[in-house]
Design a protein around this ligand. Structure first.
Ligand code: NDP
Length: 334
């Protein structure tokens, strides 16, 4: 099979397309003829070695986190799928393998592809939509009437998060540049702050919850937009004074802080009365089924920015790494 392989940690040259033998499904796994795979910032962060402390791989490794395709065979003990099923999945963190013509995935991570989506659209869903769902539903417990601030609404996670927060009954504020304003408004954002010209700390006050998708200064400022007793969840970086832990290569002490945060330890933010958590999404076939139902019910739209042929996956990386994608970037196996 053709696969995009991480050969060492580093820049774009550290990954290459190669021929290699296809994987065989182990017990509990399904083998999938991959039709499309989604790209995510975690892919280039993995390539750069930024996540080595939490996810290290024996190189070379086929990387890639999410896919859609058709089941071609099943391993021992698989009960939920059979050959011919059209599926999508966020693959296991310890195994990866979505950037390939064939992949094996544990059946508990797989769900039937939404009937209303083609394979390219379905491959864009798992990682970003699971992140949005798990943050808003499980961590922030978004409920009707809540006012939720989602900095960074125009990207892969944001386009799902705005829609899911609206679906859960919230009033939603987000940030976008002029390039993303129309998109986030169409997806349901009630308040849009242009982060390139406006100050969120004066535009937004007393929000009940926030899901930060940007990190850095944006996350720091987000604490001033929420009320006492609010929860802030972030997925893109730690607030000060934990910012240093973003560089996970710096040593075991900082890594441990990061681990504690990701394992659910809540840090009291310096603005008293606000609870903060860094969240890692987790792969889940069950949650994907919930998302598929919302998609087929036309409650959730999949926004695709650009599709590249698999043979041009390096260009897809280059595009995503510029950080300006509106919705998702996907490669199609053709
Ligand atoms: P994208 O690359 O899709 O985000 C690109 C978008 O971000 C663009 O539309 C851009 O809009 C917008 N943007 C860039 N800078 C800003 C800013 N300062 N303020 C507001 N918007 C901005 O990324 P994803 O949505 O896929 O991921 C977002 C982050 O979350 C990444 O850091 C990713 O690694 C992380 N993540 C973490 C997960 C976890 O489990 N912890 C899971 C998934 C993602 P414009 O062009 O208008 O600037």
């Amino acid at each position: 099979m053709r696969a995009f392989v991480l050969t060492r940690y580093g820049g774009p040259q550290a990954a290459e397309l190669r021929d290699m033998p296809p994987p065989e499904p182990g017990p509990g796994e399904v083998r999938i003829d991959v039709k499309a795979a989604g790209l995510n910032p975690v892919d280039f962060k993995t390539r750069e070695g930024k996540l080595r402390v939490i996810d290290s791989y024996a190189l070379p490794v086929v990387f890639g986190c999410e896919l859609s395709g058709v089941v071609t065979s099943v391993g021992e003990g698989v009960t939920r799928f059979r050959p011919g099923d059209e599926v999508f999945a966020r693959v296991a963190k310890h195994r990866l393998g979505a950037f390939a013509e064939t992949a094996c995935v544990g059946e508990e991570l797989v769900a039937k592809k939404p009937a209303s989506l083609d394979f390219v659209q379905a491959a864009a869903v798992p990682l970003a939509a699971l992140t949005a769902l798990q943050s808003l539903r499980d961590e922030l417990a978004v409920a009707p009437g809540m006012r939720v601030f989602i900095p960074g609404g125009a990207g892969g996670v944001g386009t799902f998060a705005i829609q899911l927060a609206k679906h859960l009954g919230a009033t939603v504020a987000t940030t976008a540049s002029a390039r993303g304003r129309r998109l986030v408004e169409r997806l349901g954002a009630d308040v849009v702050v242009d982060y390139t010209t406006q100050d969120i700390t004066t535009e937004l006050r007393e929000y009940d919850a926030a899901l930060d998708l940007v990190g850095g200064d944006t996350l720091t400022q987000t604490f001033s937009t929420v009320r006492r007793g609010a929860k802030v969840v972030s997925i893109a970086g730690m607030p000060e004074p934990l910012t240093a832990t973003q560089d996970l290569g710096r040593g075991p002490g900082l890594a441990m802080l990061f681990w504690l945060a990701s394992a659910g330890v809540r840090f009291r933010a310096w603005r008293s009365g606000v609870t903060y958590r860094y969240l890692f999404m987790h792969p889940s076939g069950k949650d994907l089924e919930e998302l598929a139902a919302l998609i087929d019910a036309k409650k959730l739209e999949v926004v695709i920015d650009r599709v590249f042929p698999f043979s041009n996956i390096a260009d897809a990386f280059d595009y995503l790494e510029k950080g300006r994608a509106k919705g998702k970037v996907v490669v199609s196996m053709g």
